[in-house]
Design a protein around this ligand. Structure first.
Ligand code: MTE
Ligand code: MO
Length: 260
């Protein structure tokens, strides 16, 4: 992964004037270009005010009406983690579940499900999930915006990516390991539709869809939407993690940026 290209002071000035207004003007081209993303993703450059300004210009994924929801929402990949610690939590109704947020943060967090529901704002959205295997389903997701969790955890200045560590194993044992994981940049992390969902279609998130908590990152393909999220780690680089490509499928050749 390449590092920030401009000195940060220059970027803040240029960012406010050029990138900020280009994004606010809805310049999709720019916000999708890899170099603009590289410039925009450093926490150092994202003060709360500039975050708001930049994000208010981010394109939203399409949201649908309740009557457009799929009658059956497919489940894919892992549908029941076999990990004994996960199994114990499941049996216990996830009373012992804690979402851990650590790595490059000033305030590491450990949050129970009631805390996630009660101490943070909730957001619901009806969106279409697109799997690379060629199917789509429309469903309703309810959860806590990742931006609100990150505001409490206080990202360190050099944090650039968030890694989602999951409870499930996929495939045969290999040098890459079998545990599912995913990652996103800060651009997606602070996007208003990026949530950690504990609810689906107005019920608690079912086991097969990632209970008790899964990522929804609505402008990206299905495999980015990590299910069974146990821990979120803020990092500067993805290269030291597992296969170094930022995700279970990425380590096996899928694109890291799976925008739709
Ligand atoms: N932890 C974990 N997350 C995962 C997967 C998985 O196997 N394990 N599969 C991914 C893929 S390829 C898709 S399409 C979606 C499927 O989500 P769903 O089961 O709710 O339809 O989850 C994604 N997130
Ligand atoms: Mo998928």
């Amino acid at each position: 992964m390449s590092r920030l290209l401009l000195p940060r002071r220059g970027l803040i000035a240029a960012g406010a004037a050029t990138f900020g207004s280009a994004l606010l003007g809805g310049c999709d081209q720019l916000s999708r270009s890899p170099s603009a993303r590289r410039l925009l993703v450093s926490a150092e450059t994202l003060t709360q005010a500039s975050q708001r300004a930049l994000l208010s210009g981010q394109p939203l994924a399409r949201e649908f009406a309740p009557e457009q929801m799929s009658r059956v929402f497919r489940a894919n990949g892992s549908t029941m983690p076999s990990d004994p610690a996960y199994q114990r939590m499941l049996e216990n109704g996830f009373a012992d579940y804690r979402l851990e947020i650590g790595g490059m943060v000033r305030q590491p967090l450990s949050l129970s499900l009631p805390q996630l529901r009660e101490e943070f704002p909730a957001r619901s959205q009806i969106t279409r999930h697109d799997c690379v295997e060629g199917w789509s389903c429309i469903g309703k997701w309810t959860g806590v915006p990742l931006a609100d969790l990150l505001a409490r955890a206080e990202l360190a200045d050099n944090a650039r990516f968030l890694v989602f560590h999951c409870a499930d194993d996929l495939g045969r044992e290999s040098a890459l390991g079998t545990r599912y994981y995913e990652s996103i940049d800060l651009f997606d992390a602070f996007h208003p539709q990026t949530i950690l969902a504990y609810g689906m279609n107005d019920v608690p998130l079912p086991t097969q869809h990632g209970a008790p908590l899964r990522l929804r990152v609505e402008r990206q393909l299905g495999y980015k939407h990590a299910k069974y999220v146990m821990r979120i780690e803020a990092v500067e680089s993805l290269s030291d993690i597992r296969g170094g490509k930022g995700g279970y499928w990425e380590d096996r050749g899928y694109a890291w940026y799976a925008g739709i």
